[in-house]
Design a protein around this ligand. Structure first.
Ligand code: GLP
Length: 260
C-alpha cells in the first residue's frame, strides 16, 4: 500500500494523473466513480483537463460505487444525479456509458446481481476512486460488512446518516436508511484502488485503514490485501499515522517518472 501525504490540491492532481493514464491505456477503459466530498477536487481537475487539453471520456465506461434506496429519479442527492452534475455532464461523458446500482428498482437483489454482471461484462474496473467514511466504510460497506461481499442492500449506520445529513439540508431524517453498494469483494477486484481523504475527522479511519488489523469493524482495512492500493491524504488526515515519517521518506525517494 502506498501512502502519499501532501496538500489536498496536489493529491487531486496525482489522482487525476492516474485517471488520465487509465483513459489512455486501452480501447474502452473502465473507471470506478465515488461520490462524497473527497473526489470533488479530482473531478474538477479532470474537467479542467477536458476543457483545456481535450482529455476525452468518450470511450470510457464508468461504474459508481453505491446508491441510496428510494430517492426519486430527479432527487439531486440521488448518486446517479450527483455523478452527472459533478463530472459526467461536465466532460461530455455519454450517459449510457455511466452506470450505478438501481436504487429505484422494484427487485433490489436482482438489480444488484445485474450490476455485478455489467461490471464484469465491461472487463472489470481499471481504477477505482474511493473516499472513506469516518466509521471506516468504503462505498457504503458499513462496519460488519463481509470482506468478501458483493453488490447488495445495506442499512446505513446512524453515524453515516448524520455525516451525510449535510447533503439533505442538515435533516438526518431526510437521509435514506438503506442503500445499494458494491461489496468489498467487488471493490477489491478493481485493478488499482485510489483512496482520498482530507481533514482531521478522517484521521482515525485512515490510521485503521493503513495500520490497523484487517477487520470487518473497519471495512476499509480489507485494502491491505490489495496488490495495488494508493492512499492519498493531507496532513490532517495523516495526523494519527504511526509510520508517517516512513511514508514521507518512501514517497520523497520515488523516481519522478513513476506514477501511482
Ligand atoms: C459516503 C459515500 C462514500 C464516501 C463517504 C465519505 O457515505 N457513500 O463513497 O466515501 O461518504 O464521504 P466524504 O468524501 O464526503 O467525506
Amino acid at each position: 500500500m502506498e501512502v502519499v501525504i501532501a496538500p489536498a490540491q496536489e493529491l487531486a492532481v496525482l489522482a487525476a494523473d492516474a485517471v488520465e493514464g487509465v483513459l489512455g491505456s486501452r480501447g474502452e477503459p473502465v473507471l470506478g466513480l465515488a461520490t462524497g466530498s473527497s473526489p470533488l477536487a479530482v473531478y474538477d481537475e479532470l474537467v479542467r483537463r477536458h476543457v483545456e487539453e481535450g482529455l476525452s471520456f468518450g470511450r470510457a465506461w464508468g461504474f459508481m460505487l453505491d446508491e441510496y434506496v428510494g430517492l426519486s429519479a430527479d432527487h439531486p442527492q440521488r448518486y446517479r444525479n450527483v455523478i452527472a452534475t459533478e463530472i459526467a455532464d461536465r466532460v461530455g461523458w455519454p450517459a449510457e456509458r455511466v452506470a450505478g446500482p438501481d436504487g429505484a428498482a422494484t427487485d433490489l437483489p436482482a438489480a444488484c446481481a445485474a450490476y455485478e454482471r455489467s461490471i464484469a461484462a465491461a472487463g472489470g474496473v481499471d481504477l477505482q476512486i474511493l473516499g472513506i467514511g469516518t466509521d471506516g466504510h468504503i462505498g457504503f460497506n458499513e462496519p460488519g460488512s463481509s470482506l468478501a461481499s458483493r453488490t447488495r442492500i445495506k442499512t446505513l449506520t446512524q453515524q453515516t446518516r448524520v455525516d451525510n445529513a449535510r447533503f439533505f439540508d442538515d435533516e438526518v431524517d431526510q437521509v435514506p436508511t438503506h442503500c445499494l453498494t458494491q461489496g468489498l469483494g467487488t471493490i477489491m477486484e478493481a485493478r488499482h484502488l485510489v483512496l482520498l481523504a482530507t481533514g482531521r475527522h478522517k484521521a482515525q479511519a485512515i490510521h485503521q485503514l493503513v495500520e490497523g488489523p484487517v477487520s470487518a469493524l473497519w471495512p476499509a482495512t480489507v485494502m491491505q490485501w490489495h496488490p495495488h492500493a494508493t492512499v492519498l491524504v493531507d496532513e490532517a488526515a495523516a495526523s494519527r499515522l504511526q509510520l508517517a515519517g516512513y511514508y514521507r521518506q518512501t514517497y520523497a525517494s520515488k523516481p519522478s517518472w513513476q506514477g501511482l
